[in-house]
Design a protein around this ligand. Structure first.
Ligand code: SAH
Length: 383
């Protein structure tokens, strides 16, 4: 293994990329071996699909703002498990444009006499800047997270920022005056544009608001969702459940092949966006429920719903025994499990294979180059 293959000067302090000592090829081999070790006992593991361009893939970039001991304003990331900000002006995995906008915001603070937030005293103005870019449409959203609602010369500030970056399509102020490590607060004020951006993915439009979850790697998402559709192999007679559905992406893409899709998601903002997404795409055969996926599935199992395919994409912690038990009661012919954590995936596949399902396909996809994360799509069939 070579030292410092990945030329990042702050790799150690930032901690965001763990595989900087490997070439991209070595990283893919490392991830393939990891997936085989965890999941190889269930089924043959297909070759990991890597990225053609493994740099600048992150479409969502956030920077914390603060001061150095000498008083200089800096922006960047928190050093792992500390409150110190590591200065980052450009990052090899983040979108270049987003990084440029964040540096411009930092440079404008001084001329507008705006301060940065101090999380020890709770005083000061700018806490974070979040930039989201829709790679499919090139729309860009800038979210200025502030410790106070008062924003001096906000119109001039936005005008100047837009004149320097005409590609920005919307600017939102988010107010977060809590002592919290969460980036975004509850309250939002739209300063320019619509307050959201719209991306295009696999022929559908998706609205992205400041708080809603959206996959961070656009090219990788195409591969991931296409594999999920291939493995689900849905037909026009099929009733499909899309669990942990976020803003409805997988369910909406699946709807074209299915008779009906039923989506369930816990986050109410995501469900609101999902309903809007169905409507802007004119998708009529999908319903969204805001609920805990486990409770929803328990109900569906009790009511003996006829379900042919379950698509599930849980968070890193994986699913629950009660959820999987309900899936087994509903007995769909196919389950497609999209996972961002092969450890919890191994645990959950163990349950499914003990309760009437067989793993037929495992496809790793490298959605997060240079980090040790790996995404997998799994096809399970009822035996
Ligand atoms: N399928 C979506 C989102 C995947 S992320 C996509 O591809 O974009 C996982 C989602 O699970 C998040 O939106 C999160 O809010 C949701 N979630 C987490 N716990 C949940 C639960 N107990 N019940 C339902 N949804 C949950």
């Amino acid at each position: 293994m070579k030292e410092n293959v990945f030329p990042c000067p702050v790799a150690k302090k930032c901690g965001g990329c763990q595989l900087t000592n490997m070439t991209y090829d070595e990283q893919l081999k490392f991830k393939q071996a990891k997936v085989i070790k965890l999941l190889g006992r269930f089924c043959h593991v297909d070759n990991i699909i890597g990225m053609k361009e493994p740099y600048h893939y992150r479409n969502k970039v956030q920077a914390a703002f603060g001061r150095t001991k000498s008083g200089m304003i800096i922006s960047g990331v928190y050093q792992s498990s500390t409150h110190n900000i590591v200065k980052v002006d450009s990052c090899l995995i983040e979108d270049k444009k987003a990084d440029e906008i964040i540096v411009t915001v930092r440079e404008l603070l001084k001329s507008f006499h705006l301060t940065v937030y101090d999380d020890r005293t709770g005083k000061g103005f700018l806490r974070h800047v979040l930039v989201k870019r829709a790679f499919g449409t090139n729309e860009i959203m800038v979210v200025l997270v502030t410790g106070t609602p008062v924003f001096k010369s906000k119109n001039d500030f936005c005008k100047t920022l837009r004149s320097l970056h005409p590609e920005i399509t919307t600017i939102v102020q988010n107010i977060n005056n809590n002592f919290t490590s969460l980036v975004l607060g509850e309250k939002e004020i739209v300063l320019f544009g619509d307050g959201y951006i719209t991306d295009e993915l696999l022929g559908y439009k998706f609205r992205i608001s400041p708080k809603s979850f959206y996959q961070i790697n656009y090219a990788g998402t195409h591969i991931l969702y296409s594999k999920a559709m291939e493995f689900a192999d849905i037909s026009k007679e099929d009733r499909v459940i899309d669990a942990y559905s976020g803003v409805g992406t997988i369910g909406i893409i699946a709807s074209q092949y299915a008779k009906e899709v039923i989506s369930v998601e816990l986050n109410k903002d995501a469900v609101r966006d999902a309903k809007i997404n169905a409507s802007i795409n004119n998708v009529k055969n999908i319903r969204f429920f805001c609920a805990d996926a486990t409770e929803f599935l328990l109900e569906a199992a009790k009511e003996n719903e006829k379900i042919n395919v379950v698509l599930m994409d849980p968070p890193r912690a994986g699913s629950t025994v009660a959820f999987m038990k309900s899936v087994c009661t509903l007995a769909p012919e196919k389950v497609v499990y999209v996972s961002c954590n092969p450890e919890t995936l191994a645990r959950d596949l163990f349950y499914f294979t003990k309760h009437g399902y067989k793993v037929k396909k495992i496809q790793p996809v490298d959605m997060f180059p240079h980090t040790n994360h790996v995404e997998c799509v799994v096809r399970l069939c009822r035996t």
